[in-house]
Structure formats: structure tokens, C-alpha cells
Design a protein around this ligand. Structure first.
Ligand SMILES: [Zn+2]
Length: 60
């Protein structure tokens, strides 16, 4: 079963959902933290790091 990575655009938290492709067809992704439906699917294969990162530091 594939895992899909999402990023919540409302609270900025990344989360992963494991489901079948058939489920994904009807499933509406929602943030498990703030329950927002404003989420964006992330693609695997990217990596953070390097220069020019605009990501807010955790704990700040
Ligand atoms: Zn959220």
C-alpha cells in the first residue's frame, strides 16, 4: 500500500497517509492536526538542505 505525503497549507504541518490507490480516488485529504482540507500533496524524492531554504525553524 503506497504512502502519500501531504503538507497542510493551513498550519504548515506535514503528514503521511497510507491508503490504496482505489481509496485515494474517493478519499478527501484532511490535516490530522487542524482538520483543514487545505492540504497539498508532496512528492517523494525531494530532500531539504542546501542554501536558500525558506522553511521556518521548528521551535521558533
Ligand atoms: Zn493543519
Amino acid at each position: 500500500m503506497p504512502t502519500y505525503a501531504y503538507l497542510c497549507r493551513a498550519c504548515g504541518r506535514p503528514f503521511e497517509i497510507r491508503m490504496s490507490i482505489r481509496e485515494k480516488d474517493t478519499w478527501k485529504p484532511r490535516c490530522p492536526v487542524c482538520k483543514s482540507a487545505k492540504v497539498e500533496q508532496q512528492l517523494f524524492g525531494f530532500s531539504f538542505g542546501g542554501s536558500g531554504g525558506g522553511q521556518p525553524a521548528p521551535g521558533g
